[in-house]
Write a protein that binds this ligand. Structure first.
Ligand code: SAM
Ligand code: SF4
Length: 325
């Protein structure tokens, strides 16, 4: 079992399979001084399978593939197929920007991917270009429909809410959740190295909810889907909406997550810089016991909670593309 110093059992592993991306979201990727890590620094797919297998053996039950953009990693379907067959793994998911889903959704589903989250912050073409620096909204929307068709239900749609950028589209996204079998999840804007975070740009979840309630009646959803989201039903809706509030109502107390970065480091907290590298030990021929000890040491150093909001912008951390959310 993987437990930290506070007795929290860790069952959820998020794996960044690459730090590369086909979009350039302004809130995620630093505008300056950004470079992809050289390929030799990145774990091979076989190395990822080995570490994931080790960690599933230690009690991980759910794995989510992320990035960078996971669908730009060559042979991602091969990786999905390998991980899906790990004995003991109960759920295999992916978070993607959706731009390649039209080509990939069916193959990923066939390979064994069970759950899919698509990140989409605007439904307006020009705004999409402003936020992502790429003209791919039509691809993402087509990718969402393909993924629903491929059987990813409910498909989750992650919306980072930025004041003055897309907070006038909250009701449009609520409408999307009424029209399609999707769970739209509104997420508070978090600070990471180089992402231009300012407190004034955060829309607290309670404010986002009030804005939506001016036009849509919201009812707390029975049997909420996760411990980090507050789920709400809308009248006559095919889907539902959720709010995720890492800043204004942190959920660290029940944290069960651990992260593997694309270059092979275990990160025990998304919003802290501490990490323990497995890659060099792995490449030097370390056995399972040594690697397991490294994973345990990362969790032993895990703090109970992330720093208070007033200190977050000062934390030395990787940028989000290198962590994977
Ligand atoms: N490229 C994939 C994507 O966009 O879904 C996976 C990686 S991305 C880093 C994972 C998630 O992190 C996305 O849902 C993205 O919106 C979210 N994210 C990135 N920067 C963020 C920030 N500053 N605050 C909150 N969420 C953020
Ligand atoms: Fe790429 Fe995802 Fe970051 Fe956007 S949020 S830049 S799609 S990694």
């Amino acid at each position: 079992m993987l437990t930290d110093g506070f007795g929290r059992r860790h069952t959820y592993l998020r794996i960044a399979v690459t730090d590369r991306c086909n979009l350039r979201c302004v809130y995620c990727m630093p505008a300056v001084d950004f470079r992809w890590r050289p390929r030799p620094e990145i774990l091979s797919l076989e190395e990822i399978v080995r570490i994931a297998g080790l960690m599933v053996g230690l009690g991980i039950e759910k794995v989510r593939l992320t990035g960078g953009e996971p669908t730009v990693r060559d042979n991602i379907e091969w990786l999905v197929a390998k991980l899906a067959r790990l004995p003991g793994l109960k759920t295999l998911g992916m978070t993607t920007n959706g731009a390649r889903l039209r080509e990939k959704a069916h193959a990923l589903r066939a390979a064994g991917l069970q759950a899919l989250n698509v990140s989409l912050d605007t439904l307006r073409p020009n705004r999409f270009i402003e936020i992502t620096k790429r003209d791919r909204l039509a691809d993402v929307l087509a990718g969402i429909d393909t993924a629903i068709d491929a059987g990813f239900r409910p498909l989750k749609i992650n919306v980072v809410v930025l004041k003055g950028v897309n907070d006038d589209e909250l009701c449009d996204f609520a409408q999307l959740a009424r029209a399609k079998p999707v769970n739209v999840r509104f997420i508070e804007f978090m600070p990471f190295t180089g992402n231009g975070w300012q407190r004034e740009r955060v829309v607290p979840w309670s404010t986002a909810k009030s804005i939506i309630e001016e036009h849509h009646a919201l009812t707390p959803r029975a049997n909420g889907s996760s411990d980090v989201a507050r789920d709400f039903d809308l009248p006559d809706a095919a889907g539902w909406i959720s709010f995720i509030s890492p800043l204004t109502a942190q959920f660290c107390g029940g944290c069960n997550r651990v992260r593997l970065t694309a270059d092979g480091a275990i990160k025990s907290c998304l919003l802290r810089g501490a990490e323990v590298s497995l890659r060099d030990a792995l490449r030097a021929g370390a056995g399972e016991d040594t690697l397991a000890e490294l994973v345990r040491s990362a969790l032993a150093g895990k703090d109970f909670a992330h720093p208070p909001e007033c200190d977050l912008a000062e934390v030395e951390n990787r940028c989000m593309t290198a962590i994977g959310g």
